[in-house]
Design a protein around this ligand. Structure first.
Ligand code: G3P
Ligand code: MG
Length: 244
């Protein structure tokens, strides 16, 4: 089972910052999940919300700032004052770093509230520029966005993200649209969903699983991946199991 660090090692470090990504890599996680949005000047940036208010010391919409303006805000503020200054990373900065890591990246396109023009094209261009094509999974709650990714880069796997209502017949749905993975909110996932996905050759990467109970259930159900705020927990768990 693959371990993905949700917004980096966000349980301990400020989410979606280079610090959280570097610390995630140190845990031995297999992958990193991050979120992308677009600035006023069309730069792909790594931040979860459409607004900067919750995670930084600024306020307003990502889409209303240029990247030069945006990078002056402190994204470490989401964890108080303990991590100094951490800027909002550009996706290019992330790709340049990831190129020299063995990790894969789950890039979540945040296009459900604002459908940023050409965010898919801009994101894939950076992935190709840094040669990361074979270490990417795209996901989005907006399935039109991953359908577009399938047109632009059919070789890159996609996961259909679904929120707290879950998705009945997710395996059938994903297979029908050519999505390799179902990314459910773990709270909605049942053993029947897992069986149905397996019958359609669709993998499951569940989020956000922070406790041991959820981890053990996913292992028992033989799911493909876990997205967690504390990647060190499943990494240690799998190491201990392998040494048994
Ligand atoms: O990709 C899994 C998870 O990140 C989806 O929800 O809101 O944390 O981006 P959110
Ligand atoms: Mg996300």
């Amino acid at each position: 089972m693959k371990v993905m660090a949700h917004r980096g090692y966000s349980g301990k470090y400020p989410e979606n910052t280079m610090l959280a990504f570097e610390e995630a890599a140190k845990t031995g996680a297999d992958g990193i999940e991050l979120d992308v949005q677009l600035t006023k000047d069309g730069q792909v940036v790594v931040i979860h919300d459409e607004r900067i208010d919750r995670t930084t010391d600024g306020s307003g919409w990502v889409k209303d700032y240029t990247y030069e303006e945006l990078k002056k805000f402190n994204a470490a503020r989401v964890k108080g004052d303990q991590f100094g200054f951490q800027p909002i990373p550009s996706f290019e900065e992330y790709c340049a770093w990831a190129k020299n890591q063995s990790l894969f990246t789950n890039v979540e396109l945040k296009t459900s509230i604002i459908y940023y023009p050409e965010i898919e094209e801009k994101t894939i261009a950076l992935i190709r520029k840094y040669g990361l094509e074979d270490r990417i999974i795209f996901s989005s709650f907006n399935h039109l966005s991953i359908l577009k990714m399938k047109e632009l880069a059919p070789e890159i796997p996609c996961g259909a993200l679904v929120g707290d209502r879950g998705l009945k017949y997710a395996g059938f749905y994903c297979e029908r649209f050519g999505f390799e993975f179902y990314h459910p909110d773990f709270a909605t996932l049942t053993e029947e969903d897992v069986k149905e996905c397996k019958a359609h050759g669709v993998g499951i990467n569940a989020w956000t699983v922070n406790g041991m109970e959820g981890l053990e259930k996913l292992v028992e159900w033989d799911c493909e991946g876990i997205i967690t705020n504390y990647p060190d927990v499943p990494v240690k768990y799998f190491k201990a199991r392998n040494n048994d």
